[in-house]
Design a protein around this ligand. Structure first.
Ligand code: NZQ
Ligand code: ZN
Length: 391
């Protein structure tokens, strides 16, 4: 195991009706004037926004409201949010929604106290200072409620990039599984896929003897295999929703990723798809992961075989471990399809003729020099082959 530090200071309130304490938590973490940030309207329709406002009013906390965050959140609204926070003297950003709303909130929080262009953080500058952020999560997926990360799409070119820093870890996150019961099945499945991706991106490691994190990841993957189909069959299954919601947080606050190298090639390859075609991140991952895994399998066949046996219940073939490894990848692919996820470029709305552009953006965007690195290093030719495998 490698040396590591682990810092995860977020306060979590989990369970039914926990959102009614939002005002108390804002006060506890130092807020005196709040920006409530939300998405395209699901929180208006569900009545959640009104409940959150009432909770702030009960605590005597003034607030301003900015809605309109789109999935794959855009830079334009971030600039608007920063202006609003400065003009109104906001000192706390409260995200009410999914990963996109939380990420937009984090960007606003960092940009408000920064003299330069907030995009500097999405071009590699570490975020060391930000307004405090709190979240009320409405979809189990991105894990942004416990992560130090934010992903924003720059409208000037439509490319998607991430920023990071402990300063944007949420001060508190309210996780009420009942709030996710209004999600359409497709969005629920996208969330399940993203959570499993966060686990696989950590499972694919080049570090030896990391049994504790291997076992944690396997347990969470098994949980998703058990709970995913239950929640697709019955969207009102509170217990299944609760297990998925906590798994989503555990999958991405890095408790499963410490002390080991990680992959993230699938995320990088997918981010070009959701930036270009505006598809859901989870749907893009469902098409990307089986292709990437098949392509890189030979780098460490036994790692894939181990997941196949321990997670997917495959029989180990000691004479032909590559057959076991492949069976595990196929079981994963079938599972995602059974949840209603797309299986190829066409179902995602992507086009084969765009592959050269996707590869260029992937391998040269964000200061990259012709390749991406993770479990293995992939050059332009590798990435083009992987995109072709998805067609
Ligand atoms: O905008 P509204 O109207 O709220 O509708 C949303 C949106 O259309 C809807 N939704 C959310 N909760 C709902 C609901 N509809 C009904 N009932 C509810 N309870 O779901 C749609 C998707 O929302 P979004 O916030 O985009 O989903 P998600 O949480 O999957 O976030 C995706 C974004 O997170 C980024 C992705 O790249 C993508 O931009 N990621 C962020 C990470 C991080 N910050 O650590 C890591 C991830 O790997 C990921 O890259
Ligand atoms: Zn993700």
């Amino acid at each position: 195991m490698r040396n590591f530090t682990f810092y995860s200071p977020t306060f979590f309130a989990f369970g039914k009706d926990t959102e009614k304490d939002a005002g108390k938590y804002v006060r506890r973490f130092g807020g005196t004037k709040v920006l409530i940030h939300y998405g395209g309207g699901s929180v208006v329709r569900s009545g959640l926004l009104d409940r959150v406002k009432a909770s702030l009013e009960e605590e005597g906390l003034p607030y301003v409201v900015l809605g309109g965050v789109k999935p794959n959140p855009r830079s334009g609204l971030v600039y608007e949010g920063i202006d609003l926070c400065r003009k109104e003297g906001v000192d706390f950003v409260l995200a009410v929604g999914g990963g996109s709303t939380i990420d937009s909130s984090k960007a606003i929080a960092a940009g408000t106290v920064y003299d330069g262009d907030f995009w500097d953080f999405y071009s590699g500058k570490l975020i060391t200072e930000a307004l405090p952020v709190g979240t009320i999560l409405t979809i189990a997926a991105a894990g942004s409620e416990g992560s130090p990360d934010s992903v924003i799409t720059n409208e000037n070119g439509m490319f998607k990039r991430g920023a990071t820093g402990d300063a944007i870890r949420p001060k508190f996150s309210i996780l009420n599984p009942a709030l996710t019961q209004t999600l359409p099945p497709y969005q629920t499945a996208c969330g399940v896929t993203d959570i499993m991706a966060h686990l696989y991106e950590r499972y694919l490691t080049n570090t030896r003897d990391v049994e504790v994190t291997d076992r944690l990841i396997e347990a969470l993957l098994l949980t998703m295999i058990h709970e995913g189909p239950r929640v697709i069959e019955n969207p009102d299954d509170y217990e299944a929703r609760a297990n998925i919601m906590w798994a989503g947080m555990m999958a991405h606050n890095n408790s499963c990723g410490v002390g080991r190298t990680q992959d993230w090639n699938s995320h990088n390859i997918e981010h070009e798809l959701s930036a270009e075609y505006d598809c859901a991140h989870g749907a893009g991952l469902a098409v990307t992961m089986p292709a990437v895994f098949t392509y890189v399998m030979e780098h460490d066949v036994m790692r894939f075989a181990k997941a196949a046996v321990r997670v997917w219940g495959c029989q180990m073939d000691f004479d032909h471990p590559e057959k076991t490894a492949k069976a595990g990848i196929e079981a994963f692919r079938s599972f995602l399809i059974s949840l209603g996820m797309p299986k190829n470029f066409a179902e995602l709305g992507a086009r084969e003729e765009d592959i050269p552009n996707l590869v260029r953006a992937l391998c040269y965007g964000n200061g990259r020099k012709g390749s991406i690195s993770g479990f293995v290093t992939l050059n332009e030719e590798d990435c083009a082959k992987i995109y072709k495998m998805m067609v």
